[in-house]
Ligand binder design. Sequence first.
Ligand code: MN
Length: 130
Amino acid sequence: MEIIPKRSTVKAPTDRFTGDAWFDVLAEGVPPSRIRVNLVRFAPGARNAWHAHAVGQTLHVTAGVGRVQARGGDVLEIRAGDTIVTPPGEWHWHGAAPDHFMTHLAMWEAPAEGPESEWGDLVTDEEYGR
Ligand code: MN
C-alpha cells in the first residue's frame, strides 16, 4: 500500500482549454495498471478543446452545471450526478455552463501503445453556444 500526499493543482493549458480550468491528478497507474483519474474544475464558460480518447473516457459530474458535445451531435447540459461515457475515438469536448462552475471526475485508461488522447481545435464561442 502507498499513500500519495496531495499533489498541487495544475492550471489547464491554454492550447487545450478555453477559459479557466484547473485539475488535480488523482490517479496515474503504474503498468500493468493504465488507470487515469483527474478531478477537473471549470470556471463558468470554460471548456476543453475538441479531443478523443484512445480507450474512451468516463466523466462523472460532482458539482455544478456543464455542457458536453460529441462531434456531429447537439450541445447537451450535464449536471452534478450525471455520468457521461465517450467511446474510444469519439471526438468531443466538455466544460462548464456559461453561468455555472462545473467539476467532474475524468476517468480513462492509457492504451497499450500510442497516445492516450488526440487533441484538435479549441471550441469556438459559436460551437459552445454563446
Ligand atoms: Mn474527454
